[in-house]
Design a protein around this ligand. Structure first.
Ligand SMILES: C[S@@+](CC[C@H](N)C(=O)[O-])C[C@H]1O[C@@H](n2cnc3c(N)ncnc32)[C@H](O)[C@@H]1O
Length: 238
């Protein structure tokens, strides 16, 4: 996974580029709305712990991520956070919590149906009665005939990034190809493969694991659901 994505090879760049990301604030607003007395939270696929650091100001938090490189970085940069190496398909923290999150498309890195069921079983295994689950994941594919380019600010200057997408309907994998022209003059390429789970599929996986979907919406919280990425809010009610 590390080889496929520049951000995983350079977690500091990942944090810098995502600095303005509002996922933690959106997530916190959703938890305040649906489970205002929540005190404990687990973030699955927490990456560098950027969102967890914000959420930890309000909740007692634990984070889990598959990649040792990201977890080592998180320990170095955010030593106060409890972040562990683990696979969200199988990890068991031996405790139940008020809220569980899976943000920044982490769920989309799970491609196979059985593995997705296993992830929802992990959510259920960590849920107190009435616990809230907040997912941020792709609910429709990005289909663009042409590549698009943008300038991205990085700590060492401006990078030019060119992005194109492929969509495979049979596997529901949306592949993003990114080409970076970095300020150093170097080039980098990544290929990110994300599984799209359409709203009714998410509903199915959630309800099979004992969660009732309360809301699906674009963020920051709005009443609409247009995709391609959405927040799903579900309550554990087995
Ligand atoms: C796009 S990143 C998002 C990270 C973080 N949630 C954020 O928003 O910055 C996806 C993350 O999912 C993690 N991941 C992928 N598969 C995983 C698995 N099976 N178990 C735990 N983490 C996983 C990756 O290591 C990566 O950190």
């Amino acid at each position: 996974m590390e080889a496929s994505n520049l951000f995983y090879r350079d977690p500091a760049l990942y944090d810098a580029v995502q600095e303005d990301n509002s996922a933690a604030a959106t997530c916190q607003a959703l938890i305040e709305r649906h489970r205002p007395r929540a005190a404990t939270l687990a973030d699955f696929g927490c990456g560098t712990g950027r969102d967890l650091a914000i959420l930890a100001k309000r909740f007692e938090c634990v984070g889990v991520d598959l990649q040792p490189g990201l977890v080592e970085y998180a320990h170095r940069i955010r030593p106060a956070l409890d972040i562990r190496i683990g696979d969200m398909r199988t990890v068991r923290l031996q405790r139940c919590l008020d809220a569980m999150t899976c943000l920044g498309n982490s769920l989309a890195y799970i491609h196979e149906n059985d593995d997705i069921s296993a992830v929802f079983a992990t959510f259920a295994a960590h849920a107190l009665p009435g616990a809230l689950l907040v997912l941020c994941s792709p609910v429709s594919p990005i289909i663009r005939p042409e590549a698009t380019s943008a300038t991205v600010r990085t700590p060492t200057g401006s990078a030019q990034v060119t992005i194109s997408y492929e969509w495979d309907l049979r596997t529901q994998i949306n592949t993003m190809h990114r080409h970076w022209a970095l300020p150093s003059g170097d080039d980098a390429r990544d290929t990110v493969r994300r599984r799209v789970l359409f709203p009714r599929e998410l509903e199915h996986y959630a309800s099979s694991a004992g969660f009732e979907v309360l809301d699906m919406l674009n963020g920051p919280p709005s009443a609409t659901l247009t995709g391609p990425v959405a927040y799903t809010v579900a309550r554990y009610a087995p």
